[in-house]
Each structure stands twice: as C-alpha cells, then as structure tokens.
Design a protein around this ligand. Structure first.
Ligand SMILES: Nc1ncnc2c1ncn2[C@@H]1O[C@H](COP(=O)(O)OP(=O)(O)OP(=O)(O)O)[C@@H](O)[C@H]1O
Ligand SMILES: [Mg+2]
Length: 321
C-alpha cells in the first residue's frame, strides 16, 4: 500500500497502536515511546538517556519491530572509525576496483549506543549523516533510506575517557528523552514476565501494527496542522526567556525554537487536533529544549537543573488565551 492510500485517521490510529504493541515487551516508558514517534513524524533524531539496564535497547528494538523498520545497532567505542559507521570503499580483487561497502547507517532506525565514548571524528561522521541524510565518500553522495532516525544513548554516569557531545551538536537532536528507573510495581511486572517465559531476545510476539506508509501519511498531516500567531509568539517567548535566566550560560537557539514548534505540531496531530494549543507547547518544552541549555557552573553546583529552569520559564511566560 502506498502512503497516498492511507487515510489520515487510519494513520493516526495505527501509530497510536504502537504504544499498546510495544507495551507487550516493555513495561512503562510511555513518554519515551511517544517521543520516539514524534521524532519519526518530524524526521528528527533522539538522545535517549538512562542508566544501564532500564530497557533502552529493548524499547528501540520493539519500536522497530512494531513499525516494520530496518534496525541496526552500533556500540560506540574509543577505537571506532568514521568508516565503521558510514561505510567505506573496499578493494574488490575480482573486479580490480574499489566498491562501496555500506556501513550500519544505511538502515531506518539506528541505535547509536554510548555516543559519548567515541572520539569527535567518529561522532562528526554520525552527525553529518544525521543532518544530511546521506553519506559522501570520495566525492559521491549516497542517500540514506527513508525513514532514517538515529537514537543515540548516552550514559549519564560520567566516567573517564568519554567525549561528551559539544553543545552545538546536541542542538541537532530533536528530542532528549529520559528513560527513568522503574517503580517497584513496574519492576515486579518485568520480573513476572520473565518468570512467565518472556525472552527479550525474541520479539516474535510483537506484530507489525504500523509501517512507513502510516508515517508518511502522518507527516503530511502534521504539515497541515495550523498555528495561530499568538501560539508562535508563545514558542518564541518561552525560548527567549531561557536566554535571560540567571542560571543559564547559553539559552535555546532559534533552531531550538523551530524544533519546539515542530514537536508541538506533531503532538497536536497525534492528539487528534489540527491546531496547536499552548498546552502542546508546554508538554513538549522539556524534552525538546532540555539538551539545548547550558547552565552556569555555579548554578549547577547549587543544584539547578535544565528541567528546573524550563519549569520556571513555563511558569513565568504569559500564556496566550
Ligand atoms: N521497563 C522494562 N520493561 C521490560 N523489560 C525490562 C524493563 N526494564 C528492564 N527490563 C529487562 O532488562 C533487560 C535489559 O534491558 P536493555 O538491555 O534494553 O537495557 P539498556 O537500557 O539498553 O541497558 P544498557 O544501557 O546496558 O545498554 C531487558 O532485556 C528486560 O529483560
Ligand atoms: Mg542497551
């Protein structure tokens, strides 16, 4: 079925069904599932933060399965080379010439595990592919598949030998989603499933409930979600206010403001509306903006957090009626 044939309502229903389907494998993490879906609708990339063992990998694999996307995972290490990500020219002795061997970026959903463990050169290769949706080797551009989304995990626990992504590069991720530790009840539910025979390596129980054709129809529909001038003004005011917060060294860039508009629109559509409300903007402000703020070192030492700053901004900026 081509995307032209998928009615908008059917696309929305199919994409919403992803949450229920993924819940067959993953306990909780609803907000992260929604965030990943919004990123796919906006053609953006995601930073996924959470301590080890909270099902980040399981979540992303489940999404790929339920949405019928090709999936690849790369573990970023200190010795990973750019070509290990993008692909490279290899000599083919039979044909006596070089041919291009595609790297793992040639997929729909790339899980880039622990990007902060690899040196800047390899990080840059990934970021370039994310931005340009193509890989250039020896002067030839090779387009990446569509959809193409990178979900990059960062270990929040600092340890030696890491290369934190510079602020300018964090700005290129549409959303930063945090995967929290489970509540006791959730953890009990996880263990119940394991006791009942659930094997996280085998996602055979997950069905394909949506596919790229639903995403394509959704993207088109998001493009016709309307935004009143007052709501655009609100997005701008929220972003500008971050630049004046005393705890902030570097506020949200205009690119961040466009990102907030985009995620709020996609959220409005997913919620069944064809217009954006200030509440949509509020709902997406934290995940869209939290990685685009740099706090002052003193403020951080006094316990300030980016989410705290954003909450303060949202409480202070007048909301249009
Ligand atoms: N919320 C959860 N729902 C279902 N299973 C869970 C959940 N949390 C943890 N698990 C179990 O823990 C296992 C480890 O999860 P996974 O490998 O996806 O974690 P991770 O966050 O990717 O860890 P790492 O940072 O080490 O890569 C899962 O395979 C699953 O069995
Ligand atoms: Mg993992």
């Amino acid at each position: 079925m081509t995307s032209a044939e998928v009615p908008v309502e059917a696309a929305r229903e199919a994409l919403r069904a992803l949450r229920v389907e993924i819940a067959k494998a993953v306990v909780g993490h609803d907000a992260a599932v929604t965030g990943l879906l919004l990123a796919l609708l906006c053609r953006g990339h995601v930073l996924l933060e959470g301590v080890p063992g909270v099902a980040k990998t399981l979540l992303v694999r489940s999404l790929a399965t339920a949405l019928d996307l090709a999936f690849a995972r790369v573990q970023f290490t200190p010795d990973l080379m750019p070509g290990d990500v993008t692909g490279s020219l290899v000599f083919d002795p039979g044909a006596a010439e070089f041919s291009f061997r595609e790297g793992p970026v040639f997929t729909n959903l790339l899980l880039a595990d622990e990007v902060n463990r690899t040196p800047p050169k390899t990080q840059s290769a990934l970021l370039e592919a994310m931005e340009e949706r193509q890989v250039s080797v020896e002067g030839r551009a090779r387009p990446l598949p569509d959809p193409f989304i990178v979900v990059a995990t960062q270990n929040p626990v600092e340890y030696e030998g890491t290369y934190p992504l510079p602020e300018a590069q964090l700005d290129r991720f549409l959303l930063k989603l945090t995967v929290p530790a489970p509540t006791r009840d959730e953890e009990v539910a996880v263990l119940r499933r394991h006791a009942d025979g659930f094997d996280p390596r085998d996602l055979g129980a997950l069905r394909r409930v949506a596919g790229p054709e639903h995403l394509a129809a959704g993207r088109r529909a998001v493009g016709s979600v309307t935004v009143r001038p007052e709501v655009i003004g609100y997005v701008v005011d929220v972003c500008r206010a971050t630049r004046h917060s005393p705890a902030v060294r570097l506020g949200v860039s205009p690119r961040g403001a466009t990102a907030l508009l985009a995620t709020a629109r996609a959220w409005a559509w997913l919620s069944g509306r064809d217009y954006v409300t200030p509440d949509d903007v509020k709902a997406l402000a934290r995940p869209t903006l939290r990685h685009r703020l740099e706090l002052r070192a003193e403020a951080e030492m006094e316990g300030a957090t980016t989410d705290g700053v954003l909450d303060g901004v949202l409480a202070a900026v007048p909301v249009p009626r």
